[in-house]
Design a protein around this ligand. Structure first.
Ligand code: ZN
Length: 438
């Protein structure tokens, strides 16, 4: 059987520690405590918590007794009690000597801090606080000590960035914004700050060194002007791309605009028919063709109004009713259906490319506009290009052929752009390969 001393040390998961005694007591609230009296062993005594160097004792100040919380043993609250020792580090001055079980300045054991850090990834803060029996604010302090342990030099995240994504997102129902920078290669967040807009993004760029700025080759994001401005200002040699995600979002907006327009027309037509029908009492008779037509027109307008979800959803998730509505749109409103098809091809294209692993860089655009333009692939770099294609193909049916031809030209131009961008990426890739080999 192991000695009690070893058992306690193993349970506390500490090294370089001497356990002097252990006792149980119950506090005023009926909570059971296990208080372990311990001290650093000879090897670990009088070490500076920052540089780890052995330093002379600071004879001027008296010793203090301090208590650290450890991880609970079941329902028993565990504490380590120890006398602190002040030392005089030549580099760091007069400070409290390090203890092997805790991070500097912490009132908790290392395991405790790390456990809180892990829990906080998966649980809301107040749940962590309640479960670990600590203050809400203490959770934050434990997390920052955990972060220091995992990533002592957080600034290295900003080294060697090549493909980055910039996004802003809101919380508290759109009242608060944060700007987030991700590294597309590692899929990690490298920087975040409260607020959005140019001034916030500038803070990110200003925190980078010249070398760090130079390594960035591709920046993705939505079409916001302030992103383009910052990219041009700080990394002029960089490619500025639009996230496929955002392109799909624009297509959705454009589609909804088309839908509203089509609905308005249908509604006005129904209203006209209704007004021109002489009013009669009771239901319209079966042989009253004009009244029947008015009713049908009204019905069609209503269906269009209710088609938001049918148009927005992925085809495989449509309910039977939504499918019928879509079929109705296909026969009754070719314009709206065409817009829907374009939105779907965009979505599929962006998913396929995400799988290929070039998220945010390319956007394949096989255009299925009623078979007039064959499948083409284009790389959409600028919002204007995206918008002009969307406008040319979605929002109008006037001068249809002419616009399709103009659109085709744009798609061909974009295809050339795409090819060029691909070459750029291939150069990056081969450069990276060369670096690895070297
Ligand atoms: Zn030191």
């Amino acid at each position: 059987m192991v000695s009690t001393n070893t058992l306690i040390k193993n349970l506390l998961n500490v090294k370089n520690t001497v356990v002097e005694s252990a006792e149980n007591y119950t506090d005023g609230r009926g909570v059971k405590h296990l208080r372990v009296k311990a001290r650093p062993d000879k090897k670990h005594q009088c070490r500076c918590p920052f540089c780890g160097e052995k330093s002379p004792k600071d004879g001027r100040s008296s010793k203090d007794v301090r208590v650290w919380r450890g991880l609970d043993f079941g329902s028993v609250l565990v504490e380590i009690e120890s006398e602190t020792q002040r030392i005089k580090c030549p580099k760091h001055g007069s400070i409290v000597a390090d203890v092997p079980w805790a991070y500097p300045g912490s009132h908790f054991t290392k395991d405790f801090d790390l456990t809180v850090g892990w829990l906080a990834v998966y649980l809301p803060r107040n749940a962590v606080a309640e479960y670990m029996r600590i203050d809400w604010k203490t959770v934050g302090r434990c997390i920052s000590r955990t972060l220091n342990e995992i990533e002592p030099e957080r600034a290295v995240r900003l080294n060697n960035l090549v493909y980055i994504g910039i996004d802003e997102t809101s919380y508290k129902k759109g009242h608060k914004y944060i700007t987030v920078i991700v590294n597309h290669e590692t899929n990690t967040v490298v920087w975040a700050a409260e607020g959005h807009g140019k001034s916030v993004l500038e803070k990110f760029y200003r925190s980078l060194t010249k070398e760090q700025l130079e390594s960035i080759k591709v920046v993705t994001g939505d079409g916001a002007k302030w992103i383009t401005e910052c990219v041009n200002e700080f990394t002029p040699g960089c490619e500025r791309c639009i996230d496929p995600f955002h392109v799909v979002e624009w297509a959705m907006d454009a589609l909804d605009e088309v839908r509203r327009g089509v609905w308005r027309d249908a509604y006005n037509k129904a209203q006209e028919l209704k007004d021109s029908t002489p009013k009669r009492r009771g239901r319209p008779k079966a042989n009253d063709l004009q009244a029947q037509a008015a009713k049908e027109a009204r019905n069609k307008a209503d269906q269009l109004k209710k088609s938001v979800y049918a148009l927005g959803k992925a085809p495989e998730h449509l309910t039977e009713n939504q499918q019928l509505r879509l079929e109705m749109i296909q026969t009754e409103s070719p314009l709206l259906y065409r817009a829907y098809c374009i939105k779907e091809t965009l979505k599929i294209a962006s998913i396929v490319l995400a799988l290929v692993g070039v998220v945010g860089l390319f956007l394949a655009f096989p255009v299925g506009i009623a078979g007039l333009v064959g499948a083409g692939v284009c790389f959409l770099r600028f919002k204007n290009l995206v918008k002009s294609i969307a406008e040319n193909t979605i929002s109008t049916n006037k001068d249809y052929d002419e616009r399709i031809l103009a659109g085709k030209q744009k798609i061909e131009d974009a295809a050339a752009e795409w090819k060029r961008a691909r070459e750029i990426v291939q150069t990056f890739e081969s450069q990276k390969m060369r670096d690895v080999v070297a």
